[in-house]
Design a protein around this ligand. Structure first.
Ligand code: CO
Length: 173
């Protein structure tokens, strides 16, 4: 059975290490991939790299809503165009950032059995590939963002709470 692993957060030195290539394929890798997918889905993420659960290996899972993609030892073989958009990361809570990425890419990786697969991606999916592959180099979106985007949710909740306090104060008058 797959398990939900703990996601480490910005500030943890494990996120900054360069991940090692996977050389052994087998049961342990498959269990790890299952746990990573489980952890990603439980966190409503669209991608997760092994360093984010404290394992410094070149392993990534992605699901942009069109199905699970597992990448072992991925490399970007081609990158074209440039597009800027807001990104979030499960290891960087409540903060987003605008990041310039290649618009379309070709990625070569191995699957869970070690077979070489080639992926062509563009737009949002290409962005996820690049974000996750960055994790394997110890790079986070906060290092390369051009603008910080604060999550507006906590502020909104705070305003609502404040309004409630004001309402109660008025009721007491
Ligand atoms: Co991330």
């Amino acid at each position: 059975m797959a398990a939900i692993r703990e996601i480490i957060k910005l500030g943890d030195p494990l996120l900054r290490q360069r991940a090692a290539q996977v050389r052994r394929f087998g049961f342990r890798l498959e269990k790890l991939l299952d746990d990573m997918a489980c952890t990603m889905y439980a966190s409503n993420g669209c991608g997760l790299a092994a360093p984010q659960i404290g394992i410094s290996k070149c392993i990534v899972v992605i699901d942009d809503g069109q199905g699970l993609i597992e990448l072992i030892n991925p490399t970007i073989r081609r990158a074209e165009g440039e597009i800027s958009d807001v990104e979030y990361c499960l290891s960087v809570p409540e903060l987003g950032g605008e990041v310039k990425r290649a618009e379309s890419i070709r990625v070569e990786a191995q699957d869970r059995k070690g077979k070489i697969c080639v992926y062509e991606a563009e737009g949002f999916l290409a962005r996820i590939f690049q974000h996750e592959i960055d994790h394997l180099q110890g790079r986070l979106f906060v290092d390369i963002m051009t603008r910080e985007v604060r999550d507006e949710k906590p502020e909104k909740l705070q305003n609502e709470a404040q309004e409630q306090v004001q309402d109660e104060a008025q009721n007491n008058e």
